[in-house]
Design a protein around this ligand. Structure first.
Ligand code: HEM
Length: 544
């Protein structure tokens, strides 16, 4: 091992050498400083900024290919500023200025990035096997996500996890099997809003707890009541919230490796505090499942424990996978429901049309069932329109990484480049959407014989769940849950603004894009009064 003492010989030698006068040392330092500044400026001068310039200078073959247009940002750190606050807005504006909407290059410190605001180029990136990897993110690795689906390197392990999750959690049969659990949580939400009839209230906390309870039931087999405090739920909620926070922060050390030792944003420190708590929590649940014999309705923990042969996972891998499912399935769903209800409050005409549809297909004498949703094309159009105008992942949450050198839109893109898609910009582009800033669910209504617009990734002019190999595996589960819960909440209540707190559509971007000011509303019951049964399961009694 090299020690500080090992390097003393340099100073000893220097003291003997007459050339090392103070003046000479000052000159040498000045020349070195100037050379460093010149190199920094040369790197920076290249379109896309320092990371692209550095690559160009070190790789002669890249010289012959035309550069991807893009902002230079600042010497050394590049365009870090683009990724702060509302990154999707800033990137879209920069792409406009640089006339680089199809493909723009920029630098985040040492990281080369490309981003597109064009659906054809987005398809090229997302559906290419070259971009089937995710860039390294220290927080994701520290929080074990590299052993779960989201950040596992593209390969056999990742494929195995996706296969297990699609077969046992996301397949139509499993989604259907969880219907009664979603129905129960919907009724609990409805009855909790009943308590707030006279006053205005903020909805976010309840939606987050509802989605967490839903995922805890599917994944851990745990059932909790929404209206009662439970230590386990609160503990997990705090863990998920902290994880979300950490993953949503732009970590400077991901892009400026020389900063890594300092951990200036204390991200590593917070991750190392969080991980043992997650490990303890999930390990306890795994141990309890091991101790049980023969569960009637196997949950995802039972499934993972029953795997054999090549599919069998170690305990630490199991913890990572289970934690990811809870983590991913909680906020995305809650964030989307909040946006939808905000739009319903802002557009009473649209809300009235959904109410008409509910009255026509469900009627006021019973609660909505999931089987009603297929007929409710206007409600589905509303969900799509909200996904278009407020995608929960405007930059598709997690970027992609080029595994090899490749070409995108005719430009050379070197291995190791991070690729992003600005879905927010695409789904608001007047070139692809008529009056894009207007909230018009009617644009998704289809006439007889017309094909329905799919938001599941086949048409990149609106693909809020991504596309290709690494697209969201939870998209059908997420959409089913959101659509059914929104249908239930709208069936039971009229959603109204509150006088002193108007709906504010400002955004805040972390891992997902949420309303900056949580939605506060009033509700007016439409069809029932609530009467708890002896079993504690709410029943609905006709009010007309
Ligand atoms: C409204 C709900 C949701 C939205 C908008 C959403 C959006 C996304 C997006 C944009 C991606 C990245 C796709 C890409 O790179 O092409 C993603 C990935 C992922 N999502 Fe979702 N998601 C939702 C719900 C869920 C749910 C309910 C789960 C699981 C319970 C889930 C699990 C995942 C996982 C594991 C990945 C990583 C996939 C991989 O890297 O192979 N998501 N999601």
């Amino acid at each position: 091992m090299r020690t500080d003492i090992d390097s003393f010989w340099i100073f000893a030698l220097a003291s003997k050498c007459r050339a090392f006068t103070q003046e000479n040392i000052a000159w040498s330092l000045l020349i070195m400083g100037l050379a460093w500044t010149a190199i920094t400026l040369i790197y920076w001068a290249y379109p896309g900024g320092p990371a692209w310039g550095k690559y160009k200078l070190k790789n002669a073959s890249f010289t012959i290919s035309k550069p991807i247009p893009g902002p230079r940002g600042l010497p050394f750190i590049g365009s870090m500023k683009l990724m702060t606050s509302l990154a999707h807005h800033k990137i879209a504006a920069a792409a406009d200025t640089c006339k680089a909407k199809r493909l723009m290059a920029f630098s985040l410190g040492d990281t080369r990035v490309i981003v597109t605001c064009n659906p054809d180029v987005a398809k090229e990136i997302l559906n290419s096997s070259v971009f089937a990897d995710r860039p390294v993110k220290e927080s994701a690795y520290s929080l074990m996500f590299n052993r779960a689906i989201g950040f596992a390197p593209y390969g056999v392990y990742w494929r195995t996890l996706r296969k297990i999750a699609s077969t046992h959690l996301f397949c139509p049969k499993q989604i259907k099997a969880a219907e009664s659990q979603r129905r129960q949580i919907a009724s609990q939400m409805v009855s909790m809003f009943n308590d707030h009839e006279a006053s205005s209230f903020t909805v976010r906390g309840l939606f987050k707890r509802a989605s967490l309870n839903n995922m805890m039931c599917s994944v851990f087999g745990r059932e909790y009541k929404l209206d009662s405090f439970n230590n386990e739920v609160e503990e997990l909620r705090a863990l998920v919230e902290e994880g979300y926070n950490l993953l949503g922060i732009l970590n400077w050390t991901d892009h400026l490796p020389w900063l890594a030792d300092f951990d200036p944003q204390k991200i590593r420190f917070r991750c190392s505090n969080l991980v043992p708590k997650v490990n303890r929590f999930v390990s306890r649940i795994i141990a309890e499942h091991r101790a049980q014999t023969g569960s009637e309705t196997p949950d995802f923990v039972d499934v993972l424990l029953s795997l054999q042969g090549h599919d069998k996972l170690s305990d630490s891998d199991m913890i990572a996978v289970l934690w990811e499912m809870i983590f991913r399935g909680t906020d995305t769903v809650a964030v989307l429901i909040e946006w939808i209800l905000a739009r319903m409050v802002l557009h009473p005409d649209v809300q009235a049309k959904v109410h008409d549809e509910l009255d026509k297909f469900v009627g006021r004498s019973r609660a909505v069932a999931e089987s009603d949703i297929t007929a409710m094309v206007y409600l589905q159009a509303v969900v799509k329109e909200v996904l278009r105008i407020h995608p929960p992942g405007p930059l598709l949450s997690w970027a992609r990484l080029a595994i090899t050198d490749t070409a995108v839109d005719g430009y050379h893109v070197p291995k190791g480049t991070t690729a992003m898609v600005n879905m927010w910009a695409i789904s608001r582009d007047p070139e692809f959407w008529e009056e894009p800033l207007q909230f018009m669910p009617e644009r998704f209504e289809t006439k007889e014989g017309e094909l329905e617009f799919s938001v599941l990734g086949s048409d990149l002019s609106l693909a809020p769940f991504g596309s290709g190999r690494r697209s969201c595996p939870g998209k059908t589960l997420g959409l089913t849950t959101v659509t059914f819960w929104v249908a239930s909440l709208l069936h039971e209540y009229e959603w109204l603004p509150c006088v002193d707190n108007n709906v504010d559509l400002s955004e805040v971007l972390g891992l997902s894009c949420e309303m900056a000011n949580p939605l506060t509303v009033k509700v007016r019951p439409r069809r029932y009064y609530y009467k708890p049964t002896v079993l504690g399961v709410p029943s609905y009694v006709l009010d007309v």
